[in-house]
Design a protein around this ligand. Structure first.
Ligand SMILES: [Zn+2]
Length: 388
């Protein structure tokens, strides 16, 4: 394959425009939906300017996913290049939305996580058009909302978006490949007691004591998971009780207590199975505390593990592409959870930038890494889709 020339000028201009377009996630606060909406407008216009067929779907009021389709000529696979348009917050960040290009890097909030990926996708399209490449299947470029909070955008895309056969997600990975990561289930559990004056505790039922019994058993459950069989790529599942709230004051028997828990799942574990395990924990506590009333809420975050096999065509194409472009390839589990499993197809994470920088107050991405990302994506797409 001939070497892939990148137009650095348009790449830097696109990424700079996206950094200027603040798109901080509102993290469930419904007061300001404008930021992600402006970024959706911007990215949609960029996709339209490339001549792509535009699609869009409102996910929650005023917040929408956008995508563009580069039509293929035949029956080849439909490939999705997807990225999130939102960023984390900016508390303490000086000039977060002023892109600075310096020493081969671009600085600014969202530069690395993950507007660099969104900019790389546009260069992929430009290269394919410039080189006259005919694709046998459709190529879809998508910007989704809300990855940093509840991943509502990718979940919606997996259900209401165009059907795709595989996905590449440019989360910052220093161009290393991840085909797997853990899932995440966040749940609130709540004990119900009976309020009474603290001078007559026998008249009440203490929800904090009851929760203490539940938490004690949950700690044993966490210990059991720590010696669970490990997934060869993702390692062991884990469990954490991260917050506890209960009661009002020292002089009342508390009538409620609640905890927030975080269960990380490995490939092969389902959310239904996790909920069942929690029910079993409660049954065990009830043997010692017969009047226990404890409710397990519906998960308020429910992300499946990513488990793409390395012999899947998209995994093989990306390994070959990285080897070709970088002269080497590194494969490991992705440390966090991402949108990737929500697209409902085999997916590979590989993107420019370092996860270590991405939520920092000095976020940046190396331009040559974005250029290599473009080369890797072009290479992988061509090997999966080119007619000749
Ligand atoms: Zn990200």
């Amino acid at each position: 394959m001939r070497s892939i020339e990148i137009n650095q000028e348009s790449l830097v201009a696109d990424l700079s425009a996206m950094i200027r377009c603040a798109s901080v996630n509102t993290f469930g606060v419904a007061t300001d939906i404008g930021a992600e909406a402006a970024m959706a407008d911007l990215y949609e216009n960029m996709l339209r300017d490339l001549g792509l067929e535009i699609g869009s779907c409102e996910v929650t009021a005023g917040r929408r996913n956008v995508w563009g389709v580069l039509k293929g000529s035949g029956e080849g696979p439909t490939i999705l290049l997807a990225g999130h348009m939102d960023t984390v917050g900016i508390d303490g960040y000086e000039n977060p939305f002023e892109p600075i290009v310096k020493d081969g890097r671009i600085y600014g909030r969202g530069s690395c996580d993950m507007k660099a990926g969104l900019a790389a996708y546009l260069e992929v399209v430009r290269y394919l058009q410039r080189s006259g490449t005919t694709l046998s299947g459709d190529l879809i470029i998508a910007g989704v909302i809300d990855e940093e909070h509840a991943m509502a955008g990718s979940r919606d895309f997996g259900i209401n978006g165009p059907k795709v056969d595989c996905a590449i997600v440019a989360e910052p990975s220093l161009l290393q490949i991840s085909a797997a990561h853990k899932g995440q289930v966040l749940v609130t559990m709540k004990t119900k007691g009976l309020a009474a004056h603290s001078s007559m505790p026998d008249k009440g039922r203490n929800a904090v004591y009851h929760m203490a019994a539940v938490v004690g058993r949950l700690q044993e459950y966490a210990n059991d998971l720590a010696v669970h069989d490990a997934d060869p790529v993702c390692g062991k599942p884990s469990f954490n009780v991260g917050a506890i709230r209960g009661g009002d004051n020292a002089c009342s028997v508390p009538d409620y207590c609640e905890i927030d828990i975080d269960r990380r799942t490995i490939p092969g574990e389902s959310t239904a199975q996790v909920m069942q395990e929690l029910e079993v924990v409660l049954e065990q506590v009830k043997e010692a505390v017969p009047d226990l009333i404890c409710e397990i809420g519906e998960p308020y975050l429910d992300l499946p593990p990513l488990d793409t096999k390395m012999d899947d065509p998209v995994a093989m194409a990306m390994v070959e592409a990285c080897t070709n472009v970088l002269g080497q390839v590194s494969v490991s589990a992705f440390p966090g959870s991402t949108d990737a499993p929500n697209f409902g197809c085999p997916a590979i994470i590989c993107g420019p930038g370092d996860l270590a920088q991405c939520h920092s107050l000095n976020e940046y991405v190396a331009i040559d890494q974005i250029e290599n990302a473009v080369r890797i994506y072009v290479h992988a797409i061509q090997s999966m889709q080119t007619d000749q």
